[in-house]
Ligand binder design. Sequence first.
Ligand code: SF4
Length: 957
Amino acid sequence: MSAAHPTDRRSWIERTAERLRLIPRLTPAPAEHHAAWEEPLRRFPPTEQWQDWHENDAGAWPRRQERRYHLIPTTCFNCESACGLLAYVDKDSGRVQRFEGNPLHPASRGRTCAKGPATINQITDPDRILYPLRRSGPRGSNQWERVSWDEVLDDLAAKIRKALQEKRHNEVVYHVGRPGHEGYMDRVLQSWGVDGHNSHTNVCSGAARFGYNIWQGYDRPSPDFANADFILLLSAHLESGHYFNPHAQRIMEGKMAGAEVAVFDPRLSNTASVADHWLPTRPGSEAAVLLAMANVILQEGHYDRHFLENWVNWREYMQTRHPGAPVTFESFIERLRGDYAEYTPEFAAAEAEIDPQQIVTVAQRIRRAGHRFAAHNWRGAASGNRGGWQVARCLHFLTVLVGAVGQPGGTQPSAWSKFKPDMPQKPPGQTFWNELHYPREYPLTHYEMSPILPYLLKEGRGRMDVYFTRVFNPVWTYPDGFSWIEVLRDEALIGNHVALTPTWNETAIYADYVLPMGMASERHDINSYETHAGTWIAFRQPVQRRFLEAQGKPVEFTYEANPGEVWEEDEFWIELSWRIDPDGSLGIKPHFTSPYREGEKMTIDEYYRWIFEHTAGLPEAAAKEGLDALAYMQRYGAFAVTQDRFALHTAPLDEQTVAASRVDEATGTVSKDGAPVGIMVDGKACTGFPTPSRRQELLSPTMMDWGWPEAAIPGYLHSHVHREELGPDENVFVMVPTFRLPNLIHSRSGNAKWLVEISHRNPVWLHTSDAQRLGFATGDLVKVRTDIGFFIDRVWVTESIKPGVVACSHHIGRWMPEGGPDGNRWAINRVRLTEQGDGKWRMNTVTGVQPFESADADSLRIFWRDGGVHQNITHAPHPDPISGMHCWHQRVWLEHLQAGESYGDIEVDTKRSFEVYREWLAQTRPQQRADRLRRPLWLTRPLRPDTSAFYEPEDKA
Ligand code: SF4
């Protein structure tokens, strides 16, 4: 327990009352850097003792046995937050004994969720893959031979080199599930000149990103929760949201300081259960509710006039939607009120099936909070519904109306709170455009169209010669995993599949190479995320390598220090790139030469040394400690680059730009060479936002130009699970399959015994009234029929779900086929896969989770047998026609079982799923443009190509 800080003037009674939450916090939260540097570190070993920390072994109790540790920082790799960890490396054995939080990490501040310390399970998992493997039988036959890293590198380098020499650049693809690093692979792929980046984002956050991006050119929010007066969450943020632990800390700080929290969720999540306002909205109705709140704020006249008048493109709104009306701000407000008047609280409440007064109350709290309104939508409603991107857009509309954009206690654009490292020898943008990732039907998709990759391949739109999957398990994670299996095993479509993974998974079994990559404490990465109003970097590092180096034992490659020959991607890519271009003729080699030793191959230490030496303030902070920048990060693991980043849109344009620009007196737009570069506000030339107008775009000319005029402003689009789409069948429900369990993470936690012991079932949540109506009780089996098949699960009857809606967590239901490898046995069911012909697949559970013999005595103590049911594989593909995001909610029918059917049975028809894909494809509006532009130039793309690649070649137009 930390003692009171010397400047703390609270009495002990006040401190006790605060701690017991009887009164709000009396003093503001310490600034981020104070938490790290100036508070007494009573809860953590002092940093000066990290290299030689002594403590008694709790496991030896009641004997007193001292152990000596070297504490080495790294970062967690179990979700996107990258919280700081401290590895306790036993100085006698050289092994990691446990993980705790790193108190110096500016985002997590020494705290972790359950998944952080469980990293120890993952590095000691008896089923982990320890050596590189090459298949020695047909794909998927589970026949493998051990090979050396040299053999792997030489073989893959030759194949990639040949593809590049033959101009088959689009056949080299890297498909990532969890990136967990900043820009490293962009640099590698662009040095190869390929448009080869694919990601998981369009089954994750693509829709919400698009909704934010079309407003302001930044694709995520970064709410300042700790200083907010009112917090609105369209997610289960306190238990599982994006940047979960860092955000949860700050939401609770805000709440303890008096902020109210409102939550939209049809499920009574842990987050909703502690909210001040729970709005159990019907899935797909969220945008209507948000627009009704906007309507209340507009009608009551409590908008922020200064922000709207100066920072929103209302003139374009008027000219486009109300031509002929006077282009004055008063006229705009009058028209805006009229345009949104239809979204009454009563209308929205009927859509959402909630109390209209709740809508009015929350709207009034938002306008009362004003600039201190913090809001977040990452996945949630945005990722569930067709048109879900409009949910994020309507949420941001509220932020704009009350002027909370970029304010303390408000909601910052993501990029203001995220550090982007500079990198050595950066390559130029590639000159290729990969239509398997950005097909012409989706010119606006925010990320790659990975949810439809199997169908694009089946349609013959391309093939892949070398396909790397990294921490990516689409057979299990994506909808319709059987279609993924069909293409993964087809060597005509995928020549070589290389799975970079720490553990076995449902996709890696269909690989040609399975290459073991390190866990959180076995690899290098740098991380930076928008967790609060400041920027930071953290260093993930191989702690056993660091320990050996501290003992004076040099290590050339990380696999020499890791278990078996487990490697890391960073060094792997350097070695592979060097071998692809041994003589430099492909232009790749210069990007992998040392920035410090001319003509020599870059080492991983040199790569990070260069970045840290170019991080503002880091070399100086290191020098104060007598260290260089790399040594500082190796010792402390994190650095706060900036603090309190607010209102950056008001930053002045530099004098040179101003001198070369002209100002439109009527609109205040500052233009250079005909393109807006800023805007005049209060007599000052400001940078504004990275949109075409440099303003927040209430009306999006981009949406008009690219075929969607009816979606040009924030609006309410009917979801594919809207009541009218469901039909009258009394057995039909909306399935919410997206929620996370706080202690599990997609397909990455099956190798962590502590986590699986806590949660290993995923029953179907069913409201009491629906259960009575249909004759189900808790524990009964239910057949959940989707558009392409069914799965059989158990029912959990509860009041915590909205009537007419069912929910099922997607984390559980891991499997391995009979005869498949032993992996993640804490979590997997053994299943029988049967192809019945004509695209029909069956999966039946042969055995549930079983105890097994291993070096870990706990593996014989497994008491659970139920490994849950794999639901995603029965979901039809639903690519949103605009944002490209897979719309996760499904229309389902609940049925009682037929004779012979059992728990865990699954059936899918991939021919039907292909038809569903085509039905959704038909909803797109491909553009045939005279200028042959494939996509608006201002829209961001990961791995942005050279501008020339944005235009289709003439022979294709
Ligand atoms: S929130 Fe939990 S799982 Fe995510 S990085 Fe932090 S400790 Fe790891």
